[in-house]
Design a protein around this ligand. Structure first.
Ligand code: UDP
Ligand code: MG
Length: 315
């Protein structure tokens, strides 16, 4: 049987504390899976700490290690994309550097692919221990809404940690959109995916890069990228208000015909209606603007990231 090459992609942003632990863990996995070849591609996402120098040192002594370093911080989505583009493996796995995606699950993921003949094994957290309750609440709401308004399936607690076959990676790479939301893209390309649930692990060292506001913006981006429901909802609101105004106008005309002396009073209610209509218009314009701004960014065709250095530059 010919040996399979597995590419492991590790996006890293300011991970100097976590990387030494990660190296130790991934080495164990590589030793355990001696029937496969490995390349581990670290994507340094414009880190401001010693991440890049740690990776350079590692690449000099370890022949599994490759790295790509960005000219600035482009975000995890760009990091994953760069890793997928660089990967040459028959199977490709994406995992975080902070050991929240335990590398020790990799052998199990490989055997699931072999047994079930699927194209991908994805992971999800079985619980959200160690996460602030408010964040868990909003996360659950987000998944519920997203599944209602989008045709693509979003699995609650899904991580970016997954193993994919080459043909699935090629399918993911064939999607050339600029506003990337990988969880949606993995689901959109289809192929048979098996889910593996594991208990939430806290990050081994360093800090999370997500703030509540950051997550909120990320979820809005996801909605715009994978659903046009907000546009339909705003058209629907407009339609309902139009109907209401017709009914209101008819009521006024009929009242005038029946009793020509009656005049309409109610300055306060008038102001409320004007504010309501004005507010709704602005809201709908804003929604439209969100889609337009995304379209604007797509049409610029900017590169997703700029590479400043790879391990080949140092050889
Ligand atoms: N990451 C990245 N670029 C960023 C932010 C994060 O490459 O701009 C990487 C980070 O180094 C880590 C992974 O993405 O390997 C997940 O980040 P983090 O642990 O902060 O997110 P969380 O696990 O809290 O969702
Ligand atoms: Mg993490």
């Amino acid at each position: 049987m010919d040996r399979k090459l597995i590419s492991v992609i590790v996006p890293c942003y300011n991970e100097q504390e976590a990387l030494p632990f990660f190296f130790e863990e991934i080495d164990k996995v590589i030793a355990e899976m001696s029937d496969c070849d490995f390349e581990v591609i670290y994507v340094d996402d414009g880190s401001k700490d010693k991440t890049l120098s740690i990776l350079r040192e590692r690449a000099a002594v370890d022949n599994h290690t490759r790295y790509v370093s960005f000219s600035r911080n482009f975000g995890k989505e760009a990091g994953m994309l760069a890793g997928l583009r660089e990967s040459k493996g028959d199977y490709v796995c994406i995992m975080d550097a902070d050991l929240q995606d335990p590398p020790s699950l990799l052998p199990q993921m490989m055997s699931i692919i072999a047994e079930k003949g699927c194209d991908s094994v994805a992971t999800r957290r079985g619980n959200r221990d160690g996460e602030p309750p408010v964040r868990s609440f909003f996360a659950k709401m987000f998944y519920r809404i997203m599944n209602k308004i989008s045709k693509v399936e979003f699995v609650s607690g899904a991580r970016d940690y997954r193993l994919m076959s080459r043909r699935m990676v090629d399918a993911v790479l064939s999607m050339s959109e600029y506003n990337r939301f990988s969880k949606g893209i993995f689901s959109w390309v289809g192929y048979k995916t098996e889910w593996l649930t594991f208990d939430n692990v806290e990050r081994v060292a360093g800090n999370t890069k997500w703030s509540f506001w950051g997550l909120f913006k990320y979820s809005l981006e996801c909605i715009v990228a994978f659903s046009t429901a907000p546009l339909a909802i705003s058209s629907f609101c407009g339609f309902i208000m139009f109907l209401t105004s017709i009914v209101g106008a008819l009521a006024i005309i009929i009242r005038k015909l029946i009793d020509s002396s009656s005049s309409v009073s109610g300055w306060a209610s008038n102001v409320c209606i004007i504010l309501l209509v004005g507010g709704l218009q602005l809201l709908c314009l804003g929604i439209l603007g969100q889609y337009l701004s995304k379209t604007y960014l797509e049409t610029k065709h900017r590169p997703d990231y700029i590479v400043a250095e790879t391990e080949k530059d140092k050889k």
